[in-house]
Design a binder for this molecule. Structure first.
Ligand code: HAM
Length: 423
């Protein structure tokens, strides 16, 4: 029966098929190059962590913790959660491995599968892949600017155009509470006209009301008190310095007083990279910010830190929309074809020998006709073929056929590898 397969990939997840892998490889290579330039080292953390780590850091009132985590009890009854973001595990690892004793800042980057039980739509999945980097142990605003510049350069190195960098400061634990009071006061006069989601968020996560993408809520947010106008003198000075370093680094950024983030751990600088012509709720290509209290929250001594992450699937979507294709490697390989039993034995030996010499070699199983083998060679895009027919086996030779030009000639079998390595 057509289409009656038993299983599909779970809703909100995708298979990354071979044809898509080029995009992922391209992005990961650019990412690793940029990390190398800025002195970041790779780290990998487990796919799951103690659930409390995420509740404590992301915040109990956030969408992620309230309704999006994949949490379960393991067989010993311990609460575990599939990683819904990469920053908290890095901070946990920083403390656990005594990285606070290393020269600061400690600069780390990661590629990580991230799990969030969201309503799936374009660019929003239940499992996605993030590239992120974190600089821990330094509070200098020059570092904020460097991290923002690095994120910017990364997107630019992929060839992306039509993107914008938004920056804001949401203050610290001293100046945010009085600001939140002002914001709550403002919204209590407008909440009746706002969307049901905002109504539900009001009081629980007032800052996020600024972020709602519904037109009416956006109008209300436009008139809301701005965090930058309620910063304490230290946060104000910090933000001023970040702005002037960004100008020195020539990052074209815009201040956006409505930019807040969906995780509670941020302090001071927050930023997001957004596609210019897309206004949808899921438009952010990447985002990050400072989280100066997070390591202290996890039991470490107060340690300022800042980082950034981006969803690789969203980058792929944007690359495709902008018509940017990853460079394809031109190595399409060699095809080894054969006729008969003895021809096959020779083909097995030559294929192995060429592969040992580091070459990409295809051959076919199942004793197919020569015509069908040549069809496969063309389909694979092989540049040339070696063919073992009865005569060649008898003569200790092999037929070399240029699949682009169509020329062919016989080569003694023990000269093949030499011939190819000399080319
Ligand atoms: P985030 O903004 O929640 O930040 O996620 C970072 C990026 O991951 C987003 O900008 C987006 O590109 C991608 N992303 C998020 N959710 C999804 C989804 N459901 N499907 C596809 N892509 C998605 C963080 O996670 C912070 N840990 C970033 C950070 C690092 N802050 C400081 N350091």
């Amino acid at each position: 029966m057509k289409g009656a397969y038993l299983y599909k990939a779970p809703r909100g997840t995708t298979d990354i098929l071979p044809a898509e892998q080029g995009y992922f490889r391209y992005i990961e290579e650019r990412a690793a190059d940029i990390c190398q330039c800025y002195g970041y080292k790779r780290i990998d953390t487990p796919l799951f962590e103690d659930s409390r780590l995420f509740v404590r850091t992301i915040g109990p009132g956030t969408d992620i913790v309230e309704k999006e985590t994949y949490s379960f009890e393991d067989r010993s009854g311990q609460g575990m959660t599939l990683r819904p973001e990469g920053t908290a595990p890095i901070c946990r690892a920083y403390l656990e491995h005594g990285m606070h004793n290393l020269p600061q800042p400690v600069k780390l980057y990661y590629f990580a599968a991230i799990f969030r039980y969201e309503r799936p739509q374009k660019g929003r999945y239940r499992q996605h892949q993030q590239f992120g980097f974190e600089a821990l142990g330094e509070g200098d605003p020059a570092l904020d600017a460097e991290v923002i510049e690095m994120a910017w350069r990364f997107f630019k190195s992929l060839g992306l155009r039509k993107i914008s960098m938004k920056v804001n400061s949401i203050g610290c634990r001293l100046c945010r509470p009085p600001y939140l009071e002002k914001l709550t006061e403002y919204y209590s006069e407008h909440i009746d006209q706002m969307c049901p989601e905002c109504k539900a968020r009001f009081r629980k996560n007032t800052l996020r009301l600024l972020d709602c993408k519904k037109p009416l809520c956006q109008d209300t947010a436009a008139g809301a008190p701005k965090s930058v106008q309620h910063l304490c003198p230290e946060c104000k000075e910090h933000f001023k310095s970040v702005s002037s370093y960004l100008r020195l680094l020539r990052v074209p950024y815009k201040k956006d007083h409505r930019l807040v983030r969906g995780l509670d751990y941020y302090t001071r600088t927050v930023f997001e990279v957004q596609p210019k012509d897309e206004g949808g709720a899921q438009s952010a290509l990447g985002g990050g910010g400072r989280y100066d209290d997070l390591i202290g929250e996890l039991g470490g001594k107060p340690t300022p830190a800042i980082g950034f992450a981006t969803g690789i699937e969203r980058i792929v979507l944007n690359l495709k929309e902008q018509g940017i294709k990853p460079p394809v490697s031109d190595a399409q390989g060699i095809y080894v074809a054969y006729l008969g039993h003895e021809g096959k034995a020779e083909a097995v030996k030559l294929t192995a020998e060429l592969r040992r010499a580091g070459m990409l070699v295809h051959w076919s199983f199942g004793n197919k006709s020569l015509k069908s083998q040549m069809r496969q060679a063309n389909a694979l895009g092989a540049e040339f073929a070696f063919i073992f027919g009865e005569d060649e086996v008898r003569n200790g030779t092999v037929m070399y056929r240029d699949l682009v030009e169509g020329d062919q000639w016989e080569v003694p079998i023990d000269e093949v590898v030499n011939l190819l390595t000399q080319v």
